[in-house]
Design a protein around this ligand. Sequence first.
Ligand code: OAD
Length: 224
Amino acid sequence: MVLTGAGISAESGLRTFRAVEGLWEDHRIEDVATPEGYQRDRQLVHDFYNQRRAAAAAAKPNAAHLALAEFEAAFAGEFLLVTQNVDDLHARAGSKRVLAMHGQLNRMHCDNCGQVTDAPPVCRPDMRCQHCQAGLLRPHVVWFGEMPLFMEEISAALADCNLFIAIGTSGQVYPAAGFVRIAAAAGAHCIEANLEASAVAAGFDEQRLGLATEIVPQILAEIA
Ligand code: OAD
């Protein structure tokens, strides 16, 4: 089982959240990543995700995304990739079994009935749901204070996995930051692959520090 965060897409040119010059330096989380921020200023929230959608569309999968897809295609056992990223670089690299627990930039959902649809490149705050005709379409992105997606499948996979690798994630946002503890308690060998030790580094059996494009292909070659 693999968990990825913003660090795996950094070398594709997408900004991470908590770095110097990270996204949370220019934007207040309360404004652009909470239901309350969306209630206050829907245009501002759409502008933020429209920019990020454009950046993701212009980016290309890197060697780390590609190595994960190749590993999955060749692996005889069960494999699950859980990503906190809202870009679609894993899918575009060819990964098949991917759960995007924080949602997807290229989707929207209705704030009334929950129906999920494809997002156009530029979304506007007055876009109505064609399904229920009553609600407005909002970014299909999980905000702070909301429940991440696919938690049942993820919990089942964590309880059952024997190898857990976290790649490019700072370990600051739960529940994802807690996955290593659950996997370790289930008996999994846990590897952290990151530029620096994360906030939950102590929970891992092994630490591999470096650029994702270098260390991810190496790790996967060792376990293939
Ligand atoms: P962060 O920005 O918090 O952390 C990115 C991690 O990647 C850091 O620990 C970096 O050291 C590491 N990193 C940066 N470049 C790297 C590289 N080239 N190779 C390897 N590692 C690298 O991003 P996340 O942990 O993904 O949630 O953040 C988790 C969640 O917080 C996001 O999904 C988002 C955010 O708020 C929501 O918006 C709900």
